[in-house]
Design a protein around this ligand. Structure first.
Ligand code: G6Q
Length: 551
């Protein structure tokens, strides 16, 4: 093997000496069931539990021992993770294919701190926009800002997609319990006309504010939805209505905002060093701030920042994002587990798995390293999930007895937001039970001892040895939410560094967009289009569509 001890983040990770050592540990540890790992090490839970900025993280139910975990940490050292972290936090252009800094951590620097990047104090810029957002949010929330007829705003509709939608809608849903309940919040993303129609059909335009959220302000879905929103508004309020009272923009593209007809004084800016999927705590979170208010938004930023500091400075052996990131590599590349499931036992986090799907898979669903050579090992797992306990009545069967193994992240809160009856104790009993059964299962001897009919024993065997992390937090506050999101951002970062990929580009989504752009005129043209440039299947489907639409 072409092994080297040198620190490097380019080229295949499998060439590192530490990779071979991790492989050796895997060959050993794979033979031990979690039952044995627990039996052999009475101090295991204590040793493998971390308390990090309000998150009590139990990593003991992982198929790993001390020596193998140390080899993974050595891998991170050899991949120079520490330097890469410093580079991210200080504004080095680590998004190499787009030649950009990656500074979402600057979005949550405390007021008064400064961070000079390329000669500019980006922290001061961030706080200037936060102040602009805060005073706008106060005006809307107090009723001082009114629509064109003088009515206060009772509905806020965020129009955006991908990174300009998933974060805001996830966080809004997570923090509904601290939101302004007399204002409705809606999120429109899909180009499917149903989305904008269903999101506006019961609203009074005179009381509605649209936030058009788009970093580029060129995204087809968002601009199309924004145009339809404007038509809907004018249809209700008359063509001479003051549209500026009902539309604000969040963007980096002032020219495009202006040409859409939105007053740039009602535009909230951010910067090219904020990636879409890392932008929910920038001005892209304006809808969230309108919902929860500037103070709660600031609390959330403080949570983000606390986790940032932990990630930046904690030793790797006590660094939660690093350890969770390395465990992901361990399972993906050595155990060959292909998916990772996220199971929040908190209804308010119902969109958290969807949010994480973009964060993880758009970041690390890559096949080449920074220098364009093949990664050579498997990269991002497929992430998925649903809130508990709903999933227990559907796909958990596969988690427990299926032939594919999905490591799970269980997320739970000690204090219920809605403390009614014994709902919460029942919820917690379920999450603890599921993690227990995944790890330890039931073997045939135990089933027989419990009197199970012989012909059902094999059906009821629960193999166990299915790993999970349990994250226990006190209560779902804005601060706690910030820590959780930041945790996963840095898990993704850690894994991207190990694999040597650019976690901040997304070239894989471009070709489909370009192809849709080429097909659109062919679908709507009056004359029979020339589809000879397309494959016969696409051409056939396009022609059938035209025919059935009477074209
Ligand atoms: C995120 C991606 C992508 C992006 C959307 C919306 O990292 O780049 O999901 O956020 O395509 O882009 P705009 O904000 O430019 O409309």
């Amino acid at each position: 093997m072409n092994s080297t001890n040198e620190s490097t983040n380019s080229g295949p990770v499998s060439g590192l000496l530490a990779w071979a050592e991790v492989q050796e540990h895997y060959d050993r540890v794979r033979e031990s069931h979690l039952r044995e790992l627990f039996a052999d090490d009475p101090a295991r839970v204590e040793r493998m539990t971390l308390d990090v900025v309000g998150i009590h993280a139990d990593l003991s139910k992982h198929r790993i021992d001390e020596a193998s975990l140390s080899s993974l940490i050595e891998l991170a050292e050899q991949r120079d993770l520490r330097t890469r972290i410093d580079e991210m936090f200080t504004g080095v252009h680590i998004n190499t294919t787009e030649n950009r800094a990656v500074l979402h951590t600057a979005l949550r620097l405390p007021r008064g701190e400064s961070l000079i990047v390329d000669g500019v104090d980006v922290a001061a810029q961030v706080h200037a926009v936060l102040d602009q957002m805060g005073s706008f949010a106060d005006r809307v929330r107090s009723g001082e800002w009114t629509g064109s007829t003088g009515k206060p705003i009772r509905a806020v509709v965020n129009i955006g997609i991908g990174g300009s939608d998933l974060g805001p809608v996830m966080a809004y849903r997570a923090l509904r319990h601290v939101s302004k309940r007399d204002v409705q919040f809606r999120f429109v993303s899909n180009i499917d006309g149903t989305d904008i129609v269903e999101s506006t059909h019961d609203l009074d335009a005179a009381e509605t504010l649209f936030i058009v959220s788009s970093k580029t302000f060129t995204t087809q879905e968002t601009i199309t939805n924004a145009e339809s929103a404007r038509s809907w508004l004018l249809a209700q309020l008359g063509s001479d209505a003051d549209v500026a009272k009902h539309f604000v923009a969040v963007s980096t593209n002032a020219d495009a905002v202006q040409s859409f007809g939105i007053d740039t004084k009602n535009m909230f800016g951010f910067w090219d060093w904020v990636g879409g999927r890392y932008s929910m705590d920038s001005a892209i979170g304006l809808s969230l701030m309108l919902a929860v208010g500037p103070d709660a938004f600031e609390d959330m930023l403080a949570g983000f920042h606390a986790m940032d500091e932990h990630f930046r400075y904690a030793d790797f052996d006590g660094n939660l994002p690093v350890l969770m990131g390395l465990l992901g590599v361990w399972y993906r590349d050595f155990f060959n587990y292909q998916t990772q499931v996220v199971l929040p036992y908190e209804q308010y986090l119902d969109r958290f798995p969807a949010y994480l799907q973009q964060l993880t898979m758009e970041s690390n669903g890559k096949s080449v390293t920074h220098d364009g050579t093949p990664v050579g090992v498997d990269t991002s797992a497929i992430w998925w999930g649903e809130p508990g306990t709903n999933g227990q009545h559907s796909f958990y069967q596969l988690l427990h007895q299926g032939t594919s193994i999905s490591p799970a992240d269980f997320i739970m809160f000690v204090q219920p937001v809605n403390d009614i009856g014994d709902h919460h104790d029942k919820l917690i009993a379920n999450v603890l039970a599921q993690a227990n059964v995944m790890a330890f299962g039931r073997n045939d001897d135990e089933l027989r001892a419990a009197g199970t009919a012989e012909d059902l024993v094999e059906h009821k065997v629960m193999p166990g040895d299915r790993p999970s992390t349990t994250l226990m937090l006190d209560r779902l506050t804005p601060y706690a939410l910030g820590t959780l999101i930041s945790l996963y951002e840095h898990v993704v970062f850690t894994q991207g560094v190990i694999w040597g990929v650019d976690s901040f580009d997304q070239w894989g989504v471009e070709l489909g967009k370009a192809m849709a752009g080429q097909l659109l005129p062919a679908l709507s043209a009056d004359d029979v289009p020339d589809l000879s440039g397309f494959d016969s299947s696409t051409a056939h489907l396009a022609m059938r569509y035209r025919q059935l639409r009477g074209r």
